[in-house]
Write a protein that binds this ligand. Sequence first.
Ligand SMILES: *Cc1c(COP(=O)(O)O)cnc(C)c1O
Length: 468
Amino acid sequence: MRYTSTRGGIDPIGFSDAVMMGLATDGGLVLPEDIPDVRDRLGHWSTLSYADLAVEVMRMFIGDDIHADELGMLVERSYRVFSHRDVAPIVSVGDVYVMELFHGPTLAFKDFALQFLGNLFELILKRRGGQLNILGATSGDTGSAAIAGVRGRDNIEIFILHPHGRVSPVQERQMTTVLDANVHNIAIEGSFDDGQRIIKALFNDLELKRRLSLGAVNSVNWARVLAQIVYYFYGAFRVCDRSGAERVRICVPTGNFGNIFAGFLARRMGAPIAELVLATNENNILSTFFLHGEYRRRDVCKTYSPSMDIQVASNFERYLYYHFAKDAERLRECMAEFAATGRITVPRNADGVIDPAIQAGSADNTETLATIKHCYETDGYLADPHTAVGISVARRNLCSSIPVLCLATAHSAKFEDAIEAALGRKAAHHADIEKLADLPTQVVVLPADETAIREFMERRLADGQGRV
Ligand SMILES: *Cc1c(COP(=O)(O)O)cnc(C)c1O
């Protein structure tokens, strides 16, 4: 499989190069040249364990770049650290199914991709030699999952920016209590969008990217999307088995469009997914797009689901590329217009919708808390606030013939404030989180400024902690 850029400005490259490139060198995002059609394999795939299915799905996109046995080992190593034997178990919660994606080491779905990416980086570096300096921005969960994926590994340093005071206390401790010498936590005085803007600018400085061997762990990295495709197949198969339905609807709480983009690809490959339901919190730029065709930047507001407090979704460009039928030139013009005006619009199709494959809605704070309370009191299920945003939106348009699978993106104990606000008392517990309370931490606070971040990295790397 070869990879190109959404902006059409790179020569086709193989899988490993695509992973190491992160953001494409023309400023676009890396995508496979073709999306494989797997409809004739579904019967076999639906019988596989999570790990075996992962190998089959990933092989379609990796080709000869990694030998099947080696890939099997990577996958095995990545998912055996999950605490549930099914990796992604599915439970019934009232009238919906819920797939729990939070049984990895940091209790959020990001572990699916970042455990795999950590192992993959190690394999590629072993083959090629050299050093990788990872730079990433997090709205909370990516940072801890990325750190958990690479902590203590040879030849890898990781620098993670998080918005100072705007991630949950647990999320913060999950990052800052990791004291391995290759881990560098930076709290920036700004929002997640500021962090994302800074790292985009640093990655776009090609001289710096090459000199510091920068690598990306944000959802712009193709390997993250790839790892996430697997559970869309897995979840759709399980719900079809249980309900007898032929296809399912999958509801995804969304911030950066990374998770749901993997679902979009799974559906295109032929997974039995009728539609995707995109759910946002009050930061609803994406749901507004799918409802009205307008994508307009606004200020980020703080909600109970901080990992979705994002306005400009970096993976949305990948979606638009397909929406524009792979017309890289139209996409370039569109992204330029968005950069200049903060707004783009696309027309509805003949049926009056933006995309028949994607329904959308948003849930505000009040509704999110009400859903947490309702799930707990009526269905006996404690949903984290991100999951609750999804369940709120999914329940608005239930239809009797198509079962709905809601993705549970984090464990409730990561967001104890929201749970307490919803239920009036503390109910969310997890032993791994309770252990973090009294551990020592390491973090530096820096201004939300590109130069400050660059200078800090160069200083740390020159200090001999990383070899440049
Ligand atoms: C990252 C995250 C999201 C949003 O996922 P995207 O890929 O950015 O859309 C939702 N919920 C939780 C708990 C997350 O950590």
